[in-house]
Design a protein around this ligand. Structure first.
Ligand SMILES: Nc1ncnc2c1ncn2[C@@H]1O[C@H](COP(=O)(O)OP(=O)(O)OP(=O)(O)O)[C@@H](O)[C@H]1O
Ligand SMILES: [Mg+2]
Length: 309
């Protein structure tokens, strides 16, 4: 960063000098370009303030009268503002993208609700019809074949139970009706049954959180637990929830093989969407996301979401 600042410093000072000597649209455009370059170089507004400060000090030291100094400061102001324009535009774009992402998440939730209801109710009705048809066949069958049919019935019941579990995980009514901790316990129960993982859920937040926060945490924990069951080769996972002041924290800790989450290591083409989705969901809500993991030493995901925005 220091090298980039050192490179930009003289360019900024000389462009500002040009602007002071002969203010024009073309020179102002140069301020914009310098701001753009700083942004591309991953410098921030603080570095821009630093560049401006260093440049103006240099130019002020050459001013001979208080009048000249006053004029310099006045003219330089528009240059500084123009050099910050790319940052302002990016800030607005990020805000718009976050708003769009929040709306997209709401749409996805509605869609998940629709699929869950259809999975639950419609497949339930089809299965009920199938049981009736099987019962009719059973009545007409010689007794020695009835045992085979019972096996089919048992299997169908297992499928029905599985579908019921999936539809509740997709949009758990328990989340709407009872809140986050019971919903996470329900989710953990389903995943435990399928994966043999021992999952504990700890935390008794005071009352309910806004629906958007509860849904986000539920989705994030669901993805994190799915990841543990798919990738971690762990035997235990702990989900811990805690409210500190006006922020909700959640930690998901496993005792599995761990992983290297540095971007350079995960740049392959088949990168999954789960962790990216978590990050984007949290960005849109002003939350944070950290992974602590070391190969062979398990992983811990820590998320936090502010309750007021
Ligand atoms: N708890 C974990 N233990 C070990 N490795 C993990 C864990 N969580 C994630 N990973 C690693 O990080 C990678 C990225 O996870 P991510 O959820 O983004 O993608 P994915 O699970 O592979 O695919 P998708 O979520 O799109 O189905 C995984 O492929 C896995 O290698
Ligand atoms: Mg995943």
């Amino acid at each position: 960063m220091k090298a980039r600042l050192e490179e930009l410093g003289p360019q900024y000072t000389s462009a500002l000098q040009n602007h002071v000597d002969n203010p024009s649209e073309a020179v102002l455009h140069r301020a914009y370009q310098l701001g753009r370059k700083a942004l591309d170089d991953e410098l921030g507004v603080l570095e821009m303030a630093f560049l401006y400060h260093a440049a103006i000090l240099k130019l002020l030291s050459a001013a001979r009268t208080p009048g000249q100094s006053a004029r310099l400061l006045k003219v330089a102001e528009s240059f500084f503002i123009e050099s910050l324009a790319p940052f302002e535009m990016t800030h607005r774009a990020v805000r718009d993208a976050n708003r769009a992402l929040r709306q997209l998440n709401e749409k996805l939730e509605e869609e998940a609700k629709r699929i869950a209801t259809s999975l639950h109710e419609e497949t339930g009705q089809f299965l009920a019809c199938t049981y009736l048809a099987l019962d009719e066949i059973r009545r007409d069958l010689p007794a020695r074949y009835r045992g085979h049919l019972q096996k089919v019935r048992d299997l169908l019941e297992q499928i029905a139970e599985h579908l019921r579990q999936l539809s509740h995980e997709l949009r758990p009514t328990v989340l709407d009706d009872y809140g986050l901790v019971p919903a996470l316990e329900f989710l953990a129960g389903g995943i435990s049954k399928r994966s043999k993982l021992k999952i504990t859920v700890e935390g008794a937040p005071n009352g309910r959180f806004p629906a958007s926060v509860e849904t986000a945490i539920y989705r994030i924990v669901a993805e994190a637990l799915t990841n543990v069951s798919k990738h971690a080769r762990a035997s235990r996972v702990k989900v811990r929830l805690r409210q500190q002041a006006r922020t909700v924290h959640c930690w998901i800790t496993d005792n599995g093989i761990g992983f290297d989450n540095r971007p350079a290591r995960t740049k392959d083409k088949h990168r999954g969407l789960g962790l990216t989705g978590i990050r984007q969901r949290l960005d849109a809500m002003g939350g944070t996301f950290q992974i602590e993991s070391e190969r062979g030493h398990g992983s811990q995901i820590h998320i936090s979401i502010p309750l007021e925005r």
